[in-house]
Design a protein around this ligand. Structure first.
Ligand code: ZN
Length: 105
């Protein structure tokens, strides 16, 4: 898991994504055991935790989620019968918000 430390780095990572806003088919209806690693003090969250906000999705199963501690995390869900979540990067509130503002999401 990569922790983005600066706004420039976050802008670069966000720019690489082809994220789209969540739509009506976007589902976080996964088993409770599916947890993604997060940079915040909790260390991780259930993918189906309703306190997370889905910021964006990317094909096939990638999410950018904001957690209850305002960290932004980009992760992938893989697997058909048993899913695992792989965090690609995470960043704190300030870094994430400034990066989102800069790229206009
Ligand atoms: Zn978190």
């Amino acid at each position: 898991m990569k922790v983005l430390r600066g706004v420039d780095e976050a802008v670069e990572e966000f720019s690489k994504l082809k994220i789209q806003p969540p739509n009506k088919l976007t589902s976080t209806n996964y088993p409770d055991g599916l947890v993604f690693e997060c940079g915040c003090e909790s260390g991780g969250h259930r993918v189906n935790d309703p306190t997370n906000t889905v910021i964006g999705i990317q094909f096939p199963v990638y999410f950018v989620m904001r957690c209850v501690n305002d960290y932004l995390t980009f992760f992938r869900v893989k697997g058909i019968f048993t899913q695992k979540a792989y965090t690609i990067w995470t960043c704190d509130k300030k870094t994430g918000q400034e990066a989102l503002k800069k790229i206009g999401i």
